[in-house]
Ligand binder design. Structure first.
Ligand code: RAM
Length: 349
């Protein structure tokens, strides 16, 4: 666990100047997506105005992460807004990126549904002075200033593969229920999971990978279809909070409950009842609220000119402490946590 430290005096000065600039601009917080339109473009004297764009709205994971972002932006005296599409499709975020850039947002914080599809919109935003921070799911590196990574992809993949292996006696058929087919984060984890399976679990056979598009009903239906298509299925890995919750809901009332294991990445609040009723033994996640907090502080440090996003840059993320930019403009939050019946009551997100 990361040691908690207080914000530095330097950041306090930055906070004050941002607060003064905001007062001058007279813009209150808004959830409507209309950003500040003070006409400046990315200079350090500009009021902080950060636009969060999740993969899709109505996803409790992003509700938690963006709440962390809102709190951090407001603690810095800035204006926060959240806008985004209803569906997690590749280019659905483009219009929101364009609007944020036209309104001269200081920074966009975005989780990408596709590594390329939003690239030219982000490039234009950067050219007009808006800093671009990806978090949770990255784009190709040239389209953003920083990527805030929740945990190492290797650690996330291994936790899920070892988890399903433990639950099915390290042998038998499994399937993956993912998010959108092009999602950068899920696809990176799936590639690593396949490698882990091949290297460490030769008796587990991955028979199918299906996509629920981070949509509850689609994920529910795909779970039903998986069980029908693969009658010998022993386990499902769902590396998406939407997918695992929908799959758990399906399993909890089906005759496969307790016979087909389910693990993956979920939020404790969505999964609590399925751990309690025995549908799910264990699943994994990092703290999405902390991820949003870290992304917001990184965005503010970029917008304020305190960092440029190069390797070795250092900044402070409020009570989360100090962070250093690593290779490829990536900042790492920490390790994933395992949730099961012994600890799930301790978490509320
Ligand atoms: C869903 C989204 C998100 C992912 C989590 C685990 O909420 O796909 O990008 O990080 O699951």
């Amino acid at each position: 666990m990361r040691t908690l430290t207080r914000r530095t005096a330097t950041l306090g000065v930055a906070t004050l100047s941002l607060a003064l600039a905001l007062t001058a601009c007279g813009k209150a917080d808004t959830d409507s997506g209309s950003g500040s339109s003070d006409g400046a473009s990315g200079s350090s004297s500009k009021a902080l105005n950060v636009v969060f764009i999740p993969k899709n709205l109505g996803n409790p994971y992003f509700d938690a992460s963006d709440a962390g972002g809102k709190k951090a932006v407001e603690a810095l005296g800035g204006t926060y807004s959240e806008v985004g599409p209803q569906t997690a499709s590749p280019d659905a975020q483009v219009q929101y990126i364009n609007t944020a850039a036209q309104q001269h947002a200081s920074a966009i914080v975005i989780s990408a549904n596709d590594p390329k599809a939003i690239g030219s919109a982000l490039t234009q935003a950067k050219q007009s002075g808006t800093k671009v921070v990806t978090f949770d799911s990255d784009t190709e590196a040239q389209y953003r200033d920083l990527f805030i990574n929740q945990a190492s992809p290797e650690g996330i993949a291994k936790a899920q593969v070892d988890g399903i292996a433990k639950q099915i006696g390290d042998s038998g058929e499994i399937a993956i229920l993912s998010a959108a087919a092009n999602a950068t984060n899920q696809n990176a984890w799936i590639d690593l999971m396949k490698k882990d399976l091949a290297a460490d679990h030769p008796n587990i056979k991955l028979v199918d990978t299906v996509y629920g598009n981070d949509d509850d009903q689609t994920s529910f239906d795909k779970t039903a279809a998986l069980l029908q298509t693969h009658p010998n299925l022993k386990g499902i890995i769902s590396p998406t909070t939407v997918g695992i919750a929908a799959a758990a809901r399906y399993l909890s009332t089906s005759k496969a409950k307790g016979k087909v294991a389910l693990t993956g990445l979920g939020t404790p609040n969505q999964m609590r009842k399925f751990v309690t009723d025995g549908t799910v033994a264990e699943f994994y996640l990092w703290n999405p609220t902390d991820l949003g907090t870290l992304a917001a502080y990184a965005a503010a440090a970029l917008a304020d000119g305190k960092i440029t996003g190069k390797e070795g840059d250092k900044f402070t993320a409020g009570e989360l402490g100090d962070f250093t930019v690593g290779a490829d403009g990536t900042v790492l939050l920490g390790d994933p946590t395992a949730f099961n019946k012994d600890n799930i009551a301790d978490f509320n997100f």
